[in-house]
Design a protein around this ligand. Structure first.
Ligand code: AMP
Ligand code: ZN
Length: 111
């Protein structure tokens, strides 16, 4: 959509370190990692905010969480991880294409 960085990554217009992709979403390495392992799970469909998700879209988020849990060994996060969605300005969302942060690979600091 427009000049969305995640849509551009999906189309291959911007390079990324992709670790997984299927028909619904991709997982890439965050360009500015906040933990030893910091991945982003990004649905292919451009929906800017969590509060704009349809019921179908929210079901996809559940599917993505399930997939992450099944892939935790290959993602290198089997000792535990943190999942975050930033919503809107107060949530610190900077890329307006809904995505899920996956952080792990080390003992994370308390929030
Ligand atoms: P948020 O603040 O929740 O919107 O998170 C956006 C995330 O996208 C940040 O952690 C950025 O480091 C990350 N990011 C921005 N541009 C890229 C990119 N080209 N490739 C990978 N990650 C990116
Ligand atoms: Zn997008």
């Amino acid at each position: 959509m427009g000049n969305c960085v995640f849509c551009a990554i999906r189309k291959g217009e911007i390079p990324s370190a992709k670790v997984y992709e299927d028909k619904d979403f991709m997982i890439i390495k965050d360009i500015n990692p906040q933990a030893k392992i910091h991945l982003l799970a990004i649905p292919h469909t451009h929906v800017p905010y969590l509060d704009m998700m349809t019921e179908e879209g929210v079901n996809l988020l559940g599917k993505i969480l399930h997939k992450i849990s099944k892939m935790q060994d290959q993602l290198g996060i089997s000792d535990g991880y943190r999942i975050i969605i930033n919503q809107g300005e107060n949530g610190g969302q900077t890329v307006n294409h809904l995505h899920i942060h996956i952080m792990g690979g080390e003992k994370l600091k308390d929030m």
